[in-house]
Design a protein around this ligand. Structure first.
Ligand SMILES: [Zn+2]
Length: 88
């Protein structure tokens, strides 16, 4: 896992920028609290990932860690890729 280099300039989910739709950056062009979009996204992601964990952990803590990591790298994604996490 540590040998996989995530390209933060690409969509963090599909790791391409070749789709027709532009990459979404939740911190760009919004007046709301910076990072809000990341926390929204992470709350969707953590629900999926929690099912794979062998023990109960603090889900909000995991969400915050992921969100901070995404925010520090200004993670971007395709809307269609992120939508896959909303269909739970
Ligand atoms: Zn994508």
């Amino acid at each position: 896992m540590s040998e996989n280099n995530l390209e933060w300039d690409l969509c963090i989910f599909c790791q391409t920028n070749s789709k027709d739709e532009p990459l979404q950056n939740p911190t760009a062009g919004k007046c709301s609290i910076s990072g809000d979009g990341y926390f929204t996204m992470c709350s969707n992601i953590q629900i999926k990932s929690m099912k794979c964990l062998p023990m109960a952990v603090n889900s909000s803590l995991i969400g915050e860690i992921i969100a901070r990591l995404m925010k520090s790298h200004q993670a971007r994604w395709h809307e269609c890729c992120s939508n896959m996490f909303k269909k739970l």
